[in-house]
Design a protein around this ligand. Structure first.
Ligand SMILES: [Zn+2]
Ligand SMILES: [Zn+2]
Length: 189
């Protein structure tokens, strides 16, 4: 698999970002600048100064556009979305070493606003996934009442649920109960 550690980190941030949307959680998890600030800290996003309402709106807009990529039917369709997201961000790839991360590339321009930074980094991570022929790893959770997305980085690409500790387990329990019920029905017939 041609997915680097940097791409993996960016994909993780992508998933975390997409899963903050109100259509996923029933409530907006990035409702204000303080929440966005906490997101930046949690995701260890570097080179960001103080955030504004404008940053919040542009990140929310970007989030909707990135989510569309998960629903595309073909790589050609996805590439149009990804290319326009990355192009709008005004990328300037730079080889850089900071905070003991080792040498890696920042795709965003120096002093880019958070929306542009994320568009460049997350857009490029998506581009790498498609280039590697691994786009089927971009998944929507199969639990019927769950709208979360995830990236399946398991070796055999077998993950079906966003988080096996919640959605996966919940469904296993439901399936187990259904089997028990039908067994009881057979026994009492
Ligand atoms: Zn970095
Ligand atoms: Zn789920």
């Amino acid at each position: 698999m041609l997915i680097t550690h940097d791409t993996e980190c960016a994909l993780n941030t992508l998933v975390e970002l997409l899963n903050t949307a109100p259509e996923v959680c029933g409530t907006e998890l990035l409702p204000d600048v303080a929440a966005l600030d906490a997101f930046v800290v949690r995701q260890e996003i570097s080179e960001i100064d103080s955030l504004t309402e404008g940053d919040l709106r542009s990140v929310q807009d970007l989030r909707s556009r990135l989510r569309e990529v998960f629903g595309t039917e073909s790589t050609a369709a996805a590439s149009e979305l990804v290319n326009s997201i990355v192009a709008a961000a005004g990328t300037t790839p730079r080889l850089i070493n900071h905070d003991h991360h080792g040498w890696h590339i920042h795709y965003f321009a120096p002093h880019a606003a958070l929306g542009d930074l994320l568009a460049a980094e997350l857009g490029m991570a998506l581009a790498f996934i498609f280039m590697a022929g691994e786009s089927e790893r971009l998944r929507r959770c199969e639990a019927p009442d769950c709208a979360r997305v995830f990236v399946d980085l398991s070796r055999n690409r077998s993950r079906r649920y966003c988080d096996s500790r919640t959605c996966g387990n919940r469904l296993h329990v439901a399936a187990y109960r259904a089997r028990q019920r039908s067994a009881e029905a057979v026994a009492s017939a």
